[in-house]
Design a protein around this ligand. Structure first.
Ligand SMILES: [Cu+2]
Length: 454
């Protein structure tokens, strides 16, 4: 503790004894609630050390109150209803009205006091994932503290000793509570706001649910076979675009609280991993990537200069993770002639529709009859047609006309003339090759001899 800190804290003690009434001292900070799933504007700090706030994708940051030099936050663990994308809502557990809970932002050196009220039907705790803190504040129920019983409030208090990218989640009936959507992001900003300064700093959690089509509550015992692969409890097309102004320095941070790893792939750019679980990566130790794998329980921050304008796809590269429910267990039908079967089944089930004889792209276009509260397996419309995606997919929109500090959707990218892939209208393919493609039953075998000729 340096002299200034000592003076401040000793002064605070005197102030506290003189000015705060007993009732006042025992008052909980406000616990703001937000149920709107849209990306909220960055929360500019009203007091305390200055910092450059993050933007939580389809989320928000939790306001605090400053009390005698300590930042006081109030989290309320409670059941919430979350829209995963327009057309589907889920009954989850979360914090302060949302799943994930609000992002907590503070600054290296901050003393924080976090009140946690439990409005769940069972006990809980919060573990501050990656934060270096006293053992008794680590939040592992039974090991470091008694669990927080329903209706009770606990207080966590510690000093943020290092900046970086962190998370919070329960460490009590963990499998159930995480499967229900209880987690949140925690960002500790560097003490010097100019350290690794960026223009846009996006954060989101990777999370997953197993929700049967037509139902609302996740199946909590699922180990691997999840069907809703989410960024901040949202799936495409419900995930907002990451809006960027051309030329901005951009940081994207993700934390993984699912049961598998997610290779996050950004189109149009190479980037550098600048932060890991343990802190910032020194410049000399960074290497270029176009995909960063975020393993279970890990956090990653990566950065790039937004010099290539466009609407760039940004997604998990596990193709099942860019689909919504319904499609994962459908049998492979490519190359199968279903005509006879369709006829027979149609007699029994009038609405029966054959699917997938030539791939599944048709599902991205057609209006399939779906149970209530169920999203199509792949969906979304782009300026050129169906996007045929779901799950962990969105777009990084790098546009010239975006104003500084503006995160509203600028619409689709207007491509300069002659820069879009187009249909070839010149001389057709040689007749021999066309004939081989027409032999639809044995397409693969027919193509092979042609390759041998080359
Ligand atoms: Cu994934």
């Amino acid at each position: 503790m340096n002299r200034r800190q000592f003076l401040r804290s000793s002064g605070a003690t005197v102030l506290g004894a003189g000015l705060v009434t007993r009732a006042g001292a025992a008052t909980l900070p406000e616990a703001p609630i937000l149920t709107d799933p849209n990306t909220q504007a960055p929360l500019k700090p009203q007091n305390g050390r200055p910092y450059n706030p993050v933007v939580t994708l389809n989320g928000w940051s939790l306001p605090w109150r400053m009390k005698n030099g300590v930042k006081e936050f109030h989290l309320v663990a409670e059941p919430v209803v979350r829209e995963l994308a327009p057309g589907m809502k889920a009954k989850l557990w979360g914090y302060n009205g949302s799943s994930p809970g609000p992002t907590i932002e503070c600054v290296e050196g901050d003393r924080v006091r976090i009140f946690v009220t439990n409005k769940l039907p069972e006990h809980t705790t919060i573990h501050w994932h990656g934060i270096l803190l006293p053992n008794g504040m680590d939040g592992v129920g039974g090991l470091n503290q008694p669990q927080i019983k329903p209706g009770k409030t606990f207080v966590y208090e510690f000093t943020m000793t290092k900046s970086g990218t962190f998370m919070y989640h329960p460490h009590a009936d963990e499998m159930v509570q995480m499967a229900m959507g209880m987690h949140g992001f925690l960002v500790v900003h560097p003490r010097n706001p100019n350290f690794m300064r960026v223009d846009r700093d996006f954060v989101f959690l990777l999370n997953a649910f197993d929700i049967d089509p037509g139902s609302y509550t996740p199946k909590i015992n699922t180990m691997l076979d999840f069907n809703m692969w989410c960024w901040n409890s949202r799936v495409f097309p419900g995930i907002d675009p990451l809006v960027v102004r051309s030329g901005d320095r951009v940081r994207i941070r993700a934390g993984n609280l699912t049961m598998t790893n997610h290779p996050l792939h950004l189109h149009g750019y190479d980037f550098e991993v600048t932060g890991t679980d343990g802190g910032w990566v020194p410049k000399q130790a960074r290497w270029p990537e176009v995909t960063v794998d975020v393993a279970i329980g890990q956090m990653r921050a990566f950065e790039f200069d937004a010099v290539n304008p466009g609407d760039w796809a940004f997604h998990c590269h596990k193709s099942h993770h860019t689909m919504n429910a319904m499609g994962h267990d459908v049998p492979t039908m490519i190359g199968v002639d279903q005509r006879g079967i369709t006829e027979k089944i149609s007699k029994l089930v009038p609405d029966y529709m054959e699917m997938g004889s030539s791939g599944m792209a048709e599902m991205g276009e057609m209006e399939m009859p779906l149970p209530d509260n169920t999203l199509p397996m792949m969906t979304g419309q782009g300026p050129f047609g169906p996007v045929e995606m779901g799950g962990m997919f969105t777009v990084v929109k790098v546009h010239d006309k975006v104003k500084p500090g503006d995160y509203s959707d600028p619409g689709w990218y207007q491509h300069p003339k002659g820069t879009v892939a187009r249909e070839w209208t010149g001389a057709p393919m040689p007749a021999e090759r066309q004939a081989s493609m027409a032999a639809d039953e044995h397409t693969m075998q027919a193509v092979k001899p042609l390759h041998h000729k080359h």
